[in-house]
Design a binder for this molecule. Structure first.
Ligand SMILES: Nc1ncnc2c1ncn2[C@@H]1O[C@H](COP(=O)(O)OP(=O)(O)OP(=O)(O)O)[C@@H](O)[C@H]1O
Ligand SMILES: [Mg+2]
Length: 349
């Protein structure tokens, strides 16, 4: 039997079990992260963020991100093994994010995972980053089972999903242009706030009132899609026009007005999705899920309708490898086959 045949045989043995160890790697953007999970339980999780490195450029520089993943990954694997109290010999499966994300950044994780899986002679599992974000909910709510509705709001994606099963998800609504996190980051830049903009906008909005009227895309239309490009442009124009009149913008009020609208449309469309599908559970996912206003508004709107609202802890909303490990566990349960050693990164997955 060759390596791939042994991998397939091993996965068939593990399917249906929840007592085996997965070492998972996430390097799709500017976090190098490694975790060890057993089923939906996280035994160790280490995240090395490059935020400080990219801050002075106002955003992630892909080539710099890749190089720093290379520098960090080996030490982080060592660190997570110590944290989990296991050694490489105990690992049964290696999981890795293979998309979506930055090509060079993904390639570091994928290459490392391939070498490690082959050297340990264990199966390699290729995991979709977005399914990872959704899986954060299985960590904080281990009793969760589909069907449910998931609001996924991150730096690169904005989706309302009907999760019928882990391998059967339907997109009910999605952004037609910018992702919501991207809009937070761009508006922050207009207001002169450092990268990443989401947490900065949140902080500033706390001191402001929603005094600026901003437009809502697709108002009155029946579908659940989003457009954040118009909202972002409205903010940019508002700032430019105010300056041109020789007046001053009130940054806290603008941050609050933007956040209210950005979050409001997410919650409104999610409530419509729950009505349409009849599901009684909504799960939040993605980096913007760390936003307090979103967490509060979603909880308030859902609770009013008798919906169970699941909010993973903030650290599980932003990029981490624990969610990738648990996504791998769910994929194995759902029937996924191992990847072979020709696995490549897929930036647009
Ligand atoms: N408290 C917050 N409020 C609003 N936005 C936030 C907050 N915290 C983080 N974000 C935003 O979340 C995004 C990062 O989330 P995440 O790590 O999930 O995105 P990503 O991995 O870059 O993109 P994707 O997961 O779509 O590939 C950034 O746009 C950031 O500004
Ligand atoms: Mg992400």
């Amino acid at each position: 039997m060759n390596y791939y045949e042994r991998s397939c045989k091993k996965i068939e043995e593990l399917r249906g079990r929840n007592d085996y160890l997965i070492l998972s790697i996430e390097s799709s953007c500017d976090e190098t992260a490694v975790a060890v999970v057993r089923g939906r339980e996280v035994l160790g999780s280490v995240i090395s963020s490059q935020i400080e490195i990219h801050k002075r450029f106002g955003g992630v520089v892909p080539e710099i991100a890749s190089r720093n993943h290379v520098l960090a990954i080996d030490n982080i694997v060592d660190e997570v093994l110590v944290q989990a109290g296991v050694t490489l010999k105990d690992i049964d499966v290696v999981a890795v994010t293979y998309g979506a994300g930055l090509l060079g950044a993904l390639l570091v994780g994928v290459s490392y995972a391939k070498s490690l899986a082959y050297a340990l002679d264990v199966p390699l599992m290729a995991i979709n980053h977005i399914k990872g974000h959704i899986s954060a909910n299985f960590i904080s709510a281990p009793e969760l089972e589909p069907p449910f509705v998931c609001l996924l709001a991150s730096g690169g994606h904005t989706y309302i999903l009907e999760v019928k099963a882990f391998n059967d998800m339907v997109i009910l609504g999605e952004t037609q242009d910018d992702a919501v996190g991207e809009a937070f980051d761009k508006v922050a830049r207009v207001l002169g706030l450092p990268y990443p903009g989401g947490p900065q906008i949140e902080k500033l909005a706390k001191e402001g009132e929603p005094t600026y009227k901003l437009p809502r895309a697709f108002k009155g239309e029946k579908h659940l899609n989003f457009s954040y490009s118009g909202l972002k442009t409205a903010v940019i124009n508002l700032v430019a026009n105010t300056k041109a009149r020789g007046e001053e913008i009130i940054p806290a009020n603008l941050a609050r007005s933007f956040q209210d609208e950005a979050v409001g449309v997410l919650v409104d469309n999610t409530m419509l999705a729950l009505e349409q599908t009849g599901h009684k559970i909504v799960a939040l996912a993605g980096g913007v899920g760390a936003n307090t206003a979103l967490r509060e508004k979603l909880t308030e709107a859902g609770t009013k309708r008798g919906i169970k609202v699941l909010l993973p802890p903030r650290a599980l909303c932003t990029d981490n490898a624990a969610m990738i490990g648990v996504a791998c566990f769910e994929e194995i349960k759902a029937g996924m086959l191992p990847a072979d050693l020709t696995l490549d990164a897929d930036p647009a997955l």
